[in-house]
Each structure stands twice: as C-alpha cells, then as structure tokens.
Design a binder for this molecule. Sequence first.
Ligand code: FE
Ligand code: FE
Ligand code: ZN
Length: 280
Amino acid sequence: MLKIGCHLSCSKGYLAMGREAVKIGANTFQFFTRNPRGGRAKELDLADIGEYLAFAKEHEIGQILAHAPYTLNACAKDDSLRHFAYETMCDDLSRLAHVPGCMYNFHPGSHVKQGAMTGISYIADMLNRIGEQGFSTTILLETMAGKGSEVGRNFEELRAIIDKVEDTGRLGVCLDTCHVFDGGYDIAGDLEGVLNEFDAVIGLERLKAVHVNDSKNPLGSRKDRHEKIGEGQIGLDAFAKIVTHPSLRRLPFYLETPNDLPGYQKEIELLRAMVSQQTR
Ligand code: FE
Ligand code: FE
Ligand code: ZN
C-alpha cells in the first residue's frame, strides 16, 4: 500500500496529527518540529506521544517525518548561527528519540558567498558533532532547488556532504520533486535517467523519503515554488510514474503542495488511484 500523507500543523500534538491524517486518508504525515521560522519547541508531552503511538499502530500509520525549521543554517558565515542550528537540531533529536520510526529532514543550508565547498564542510562538521551525541533518529538531507546559495542543489553536493560524514549509518536523503525539477533534473521527461543519476552519484539505498510537489516554474528555474499535483510544470503523467516506480513506490511520500486539508485529501486519493490503476 502506498505510504502517503501531507504536511500537517504540529500545534495540537502528535495524536491530533495522527487523527487528522487518518481523516484525510493518509497513512503517514510530516510536521515541523517547531515554528518553521525557528523559536522554542512545545513542551515534550510524553502522554500525547504514547497515545499517538497506540493510535498509529491501530491505524497503520508508518514512518512519519519531522522537518527542521527552514531558517536553520548549518553553514552560516556567523558561527553563532551555525551553533544555533546545531543546538536546535540536538534539541529536536533528543525529543524525537521518544518517537520511534520518525525520521528528521533538514535543508542543508545556504553558504551565503562562502562557496559551496565551505558550506559542505560546515554541514558535515555539524552532522559529525550530532553523530557524537548518539541519537537514534535517521537524519535526511533534502535535495534543494538551488535558489540563492542553497547547498544541495545537485546530487554531487549531497554526495560531498555524505563523504565527509564519519558515521553515515543513519544518514539518508529526501528527494523533493519540485526542488530537483527546479534544480534542472527532468523528472517529468526522464525519470529513469534522473534516478539512474541519483543512484550513480548518491546511491538509491540512501533515498528514504519523497516530497511530492508539482512546480510553478519550468525545469531548471531554481525557484522553489510548489504547485498542486498536476497543476504545475511537472504534470500528472510524471507523478503517476513517480508513485509507481519500482525504486520509489515503497518509500513514504509527503505532499507539501499549497493546499488545505480537503485539497490534500483529493491529492492523496488521486495518487492512490494512480497506483491501483497500474497494479490492476
Ligand atoms: Fe523542506
Ligand atoms: Fe520539501
Ligand atoms: Zn520547497
């Protein structure tokens, strides 16, 4: 069965997110660990997590995804900002230790004129320091669109980070369909070629999750503006191939399209229908 869900608000806790997911036909979901623009996390509520875990088991919700605030910059020029990114991630990961099966996704960062190589070193440094803390959660680097000075705009940059990390046992990649398309990878016209390239550069065994978003902008635009599934430049046919591809179909898919809950419900139904059509 296709594992699919969408981004949900974390403000009411885990059980509330689980219930919301089930209501819209999802069997997984993504959420921000705190306000996406940073700030303090909610008090850790172990009773809520316990109730959520029982609910998740009952409703077969698998492998959810926590998303770090996107304002964190592990490769900022200012070392207090880099330290803040490290501290925030450590705090997130110590909380997530209570939520087995939850992965943690983050945007590698923006090198802001320091150059990609410097950015890559800082990001790997942070991951190595996090690694020393012995957290149990799998951490995912997200593929980026390449706007501004984003690191992770191509597979090679993610590979370079991974190569500098000492213990990569719990390190993976989350492929964002809008980002890679905006980054110049033609998943609409040549999905097979893009996945072959991913495999050659990073290795498909590192791919742990997919963000399913259409893009408002054309291939290679480096914009990062998400669009509803089938209403953007990637298009419905491409998504049918993506959710049924043998290398992808077992992964969890997370929608981050501009939608409310009924809109997400429709997209989940649409993508599920693509899978059942193919297997019929
Ligand atoms: Fe993201
Ligand atoms: Fe994303
Ligand atoms: Zn995005």
